[in-house]
Write a protein that binds this ligand. Structure first.
Ligand SMILES: [Fe+2]
Length: 270
């Protein structure tokens, strides 16, 4: 089945617990909750999620663990994200298909099946909003630092082919920020120059000029410090069909980064 729905999701640590979210991130929180209702109505069989906070060095990891169960305290901010329990089902069969497709395409995809592997907050934070009942299986993916944007885009295309050919209904989530040259002070926005690039990227998306959005990534990522070097955006753009309609949702700053909820769906699927 063609991918039902794709999205860019923020994971700023201050929204992990809704009651701690500052006022300038409340719109993102509300939009994530609204998107959760949309996802629930679509009744997906699986959510495939790539997280900027699972940075692998060489290999494209695919989490094939049948059950993702743990308690997360985030390395980077154990004060904000501490002892957060999570328990989502996995999908070992579909994860194995993704790894096999990567291998067949010459992409260094590697399966992970480890009940002791603790998820990162880039996976946990958006899923707490998007699938609050923890009732949809999840396959999460790393961003691979040794992979170029182009290789990551090709990996995204390879994943998309498997997902499109699967009989399952699938939602794809890219968890990460846009501009991401971090500074102290959660209220700080990106610089004017960084944010000009955010706006240009978002305009390309709004205009359905997905090729230009992809083509601007190398310099955008370098100049604005896009999270994970823009790899999560490259993978997301690899999932998008030209007839997918984008909706630019709520956005906000977090310590010099810019974060946005963007959803994509085929209009005929509505
Ligand atoms: Fe992040």
């Amino acid at each position: 089945m063609p991918i039902l729905f794709s999205m860019l999701a923020p994971h700023v640590p201050s929204i992990c617990h809704e009651e701690n979210a500052p006022s300038f991130q409340q719109e993102m929180v509300e939009d994530m909750k609204k998107t959760a209702n949309k996802i629930k109505s679509l009744k997906p069989d699986v959510i495939v999620l790539v997280s900027c906070h699972w940075p692998s060095t060489f290999f494209h990891y695919v989490d094939a663990t049948p059950e993702h169960k743990g308690v997360l305290t985030a390395f980077e901010c154990p004060d904000l994200i501490k002892d957060v329990p999570y328990f989502w089902p996995g999908d070992a069969d579909l994860a194995a298909q993704l790894v096999a497709a990567g291998e067949q395409s010459g992409i260094k995809a590697v399966s992970v099946n480890d009940p002791y592997y603790v998820w990162d907050y880039g996976s946990v934070v958006p899923l707490r909003y998007l699938v609050p009942d923890e009732d949809i299986p999840v396959i999460n993916l790393s961003v691979t630092l040794a992979a170029s944007l182009q290789e990551t885009y090709e990996w995204g295309k390879t994943i998309k082919k498997v997902l499109d050919e699967s009989p399952k209904n699938i939602v794809f989530v890219s968890s990460g920020a846009l501009s991401h040259n971090l500074v102290r002070g959660r209220e700080n926005k990106p610089t004017f120059s960084e944010h000009a690039l955010d706006k240009e990227f978002l305009q390309f998306i709004a205009n359905k000029d997905y090729d230009s959005a992809y083509n601007m990534l190398p310099q955008y990522a370098r100049l604005a410090g896009v999270e994970s070097g823009g790899r999560h955006l490259a993978m997301l753009l690899g999932m998008i069909d030209q007839n997918d309609e984008a909706t630019i949702g709520a956005a906000g700053q977090s310590s010099g980064s810019w974060n946005a909820v963007i959803t994509f769906e085929q209009k005929q699927a509505i």
